[in-house]
Design a protein. Structure first.
Length: 170
């Protein structure tokens, strides 16, 4: 994907990120915990969040862009307490029209590379809808292992869904 750029998000990206997240939330049957109407961060709050990521030594917020349009995001948020600073929670999304084109793989590669270079992060963990087979396959391809299943953990679209806990050890 020649014209794809993966870079760390900056506070000035806040407005575009808010629009991107809003478009994901409104997608029918989306595999997100947020429902329409639940996402209400202001631009200032998002800018503050992005500033915190930029100054953190164990957290990162990546954007995937094509032609200056956000097509994916990946967040690794490191633990704040000493006992869990080595653990980063990962969440990732790719815009519907860009899925299954390798963007998730590129984001995940970049995140694992980043984690290795932190000198801090040695465990990356995530939750994924059990129905989200493409994402599970991607995580397994990169070496993530399923550590558990939370049955009926999510209520979305009028029904309960299982949630898998997966982790990668560096």
């Amino acid at each position: 994907m020649m014209d794809l750029i993966i870079r760390e998000a900056q506070p000035e990206d806040a407005e575009r990120i808010l629009q991107y997240v809003q478009s994901l939330i409104n997608e029918p049957e989306v595999n997100l915990l947020l429902s329409p109407g639940e996402f209400a961060l202001t631009r200032e709050q998002e800018q503050n969040l992005l500033s915190e990521f930029a100054s953190s030594d164990n957290s990162v917020y990546f954007l995937a862009e094509r032609a200056a349009k956000i097509v994916g995001t990946l967040i690794c948020q490191g633990g704040r307490r000493r006992a869990i600073r080595h653990t980063a929670g990962l969440s990732m999304s790719v815009a519907k029209e860009w899925r299954n084109q390798g963007i998730g793989s590129l984001l995940l590669s970049r995140a694992l590379e980043w984690a290795k270079h932190t000198g801090i992060v040695s465990r990356i963990e995530l939750d994924v809808f059990a129905r989200n087979e493409p994402a599970i396959h991607l995580y397994q391809k990169f070496g993530f292992v399923t550590e558990g299943c939370r049955r009926n953990a999510i209520y979305r679209d009028g029904r309960y869904h299982d949630d898998l806990l997966m982790a990668f050890l560096l």
